[in-house]
Design a protein. Structure first.
Length: 454
């Protein structure tokens, strides 16, 4: 643009020879100014970039990343920065046009949404610096390589801790954790109230004190809770992330910033949702004094962690689950649940996270769960598929929709039949949507503990 602007003085000078000299001088001046501008656009060694983020990112939720420019030079920096985000992470705004005064700092905050667990590396970032005259851009690749692991949703654990301290667990969809008078371990004696059941009365204490006295029992501790995670082919089916209003689908803000390489709606696999729910349940269980362990299986046993108490055991479980992926083989319940049955001597609660599809797989699940339930308390947790439910409810106004609707109804009927057979044999079942699985599993666990079913 500066060179083009020299046309006006060339025309004004008149004669051809004089115009050539003016053009030469003008272009030489532009080149000199560009060289000077480029020299000052070159960032000094006193300009440094750093990237900060949690070394453990949470799956399926937004995680903050911070890019910081520390300008220790003696001039103002005008620049464009674009951070490089790993391929399987969705970023909302990793770019910025900004300026930074001398001796100060500038921070870019953006968020990433992981859709897969595992190891990720944030590569170098690209920065363009604009010279003080606005003539030259100098591009630089800044080597700021950081690594992170995508774990199950750890933010849910932090949220649970915070709401537990405030007494607001209902915000997570969780009910009161304790039923007065339930449990088997003695807690205390207190005065009887009209809301208490007659079976809560301690008649000996009532006789001694000459007034009705009730007894409270607390749930037992040091019981074992195991998670059996089906990691077979069916658990690789992806279900859209719930939106911010509690429905099914991507958050509206997510749809606006999805790169082309991603599907129109971000989704997690059934195994991802199950792992998130199992992680939160493991934290709640160990915080209440229970021992937690897990087994993950497909047609073979993939992971096994023996039950143990404490926060260290919880960290061990999350480390074991962060890179667990579904395999393309069918789940063999005889292998996975049989592995547990051979190793568990004490009665424990076993939460089986799986999917039910097909009569043969359903019969195998029923047979192995019923065998396991002879000694243990078994809870079968399944996720409803909004896609299949939508197909089964669609209006059959074309021949193709008639066929797909029939297939959807067939799948749902087989699923319901398997769950009905399990319930008829005394097996606890929990069939919920993706946005309710964590809170529903916790509520069922607390109910089991409060009613002393374990």
């Amino acid at each position: 643009m500066a060179a083009i602007a020299g046309i006006a003085p060339i025309v004004i000078t008149g004669p051809y020879n004089r115009g050539l000299w003016v053009a030469f001088i003008w272009l030489a001046g532009v080149v000199l100014a560009a060289c000077i501008d480029g020299w000052f656009a070159w960032p000094s060694r006193k300009v440094t970039w750093t990237r900060e983020h949690d070394p453990k990112l949470s799956l399926g939720v937004w995680n903050e990343v911070r890019l910081t420019l520390d300008n220790r030079s003696q001039r103002v920096l005008r620049f464009r920065a674009r951070d490089a985000v790993p391929r399987l992470l969705i970023a909302d705004a990793p770019t910025a046009d900004a300026s930074c005064r001398e001796g100060s700092s500038w921070v870019l905050r953006y968020r990433v949404l992981p859709l897969h667990r595992g190891d990720y590396t944030f590569p170098s970032l690209a920065v363009r610096y604009l010279g003080p005259l606005g003539l030259v851009w100098f591009q630089q690749t800044v080597r700021v390589v950081t690594e992170s692991k995508v774990y199950p949703d750890i933010t849910a654990v932090r949220t649970y801790e915070t709401l537990l301290l405030r007494g607001h667990l209902e915000e997570l969809g969780m009910r009161r954790a304790r039923l007065r008078g339930s449990g088997t371990a003695f807690e205390r004696l207190r005065e009887y109230t009209p809301d208490d059941e007659f079976r809560c009365i301690d008649w000996k204490a009532t006789a001694r004190r000459h007034k009705p006295i009730a007894v409270d029992y607390e749930t037992e501790r040091s019981q074992s809770v195991f998670f059996a995670l089906d990691s077979g082919r069916l658990m690789s089916t992806r279900i859209p992330l719930p939106d911010q209003n509690g429905g099914s689908g991507a958050p509206s803000e997510t749809k606006e910033i999805l790169p082309r390489r991603h599907s129109p709606v971000p989704a997690l696999s059934r195994l991802d949702y199950s792992v998130n729910a199992a992680t939160l349940l493991a934290f709640v269980s160990q915080s209440r004094g229970d021992r937690v362990g897990l087994v993950a299986f497909s047609d073979r046993v993939l992971r096994f962690v023996a039950a143990a108490p404490g926060r260290r055991q919880f960290l061990k479980l999350t480390s074991s689950l962060y890179d667990l992926e579904p395999e393309q083989s069918e789940a063999d319940y005889g292998v996975g649940l049989g592995y547990l049955a051979a190793r568990l001597q004490r009665r424990c609660l076993i939460a089986v996270f799986t999917d039910v599809a097909g009569r043969e797989a359903g019969d195998s699940l029923i047979a192995n769960v019923v065998y396991l339930a002879r000694r243990h308390l078994v809870l079968v947790v399944t996720l409803r598929d909004p896609g299949v439910e939508s197909i089964a409810r669609q209006k059959p106004d074309t021949s193709e929709k008639v066929y797909t609707r029939a297939v959807g109804r067939f799948l749902l009927d087989n699923r319901e039949q398997t769950l009905r057979h399990l319930r008829a044999r005394g097996i606890l079942t929990l069939d919920v949507s993706a946005d309710e699985i964590s809170s529903s599993v916790i509520n069922r666990y607390l109910e089991i503990k409060a009613r002393a079913q374990l």
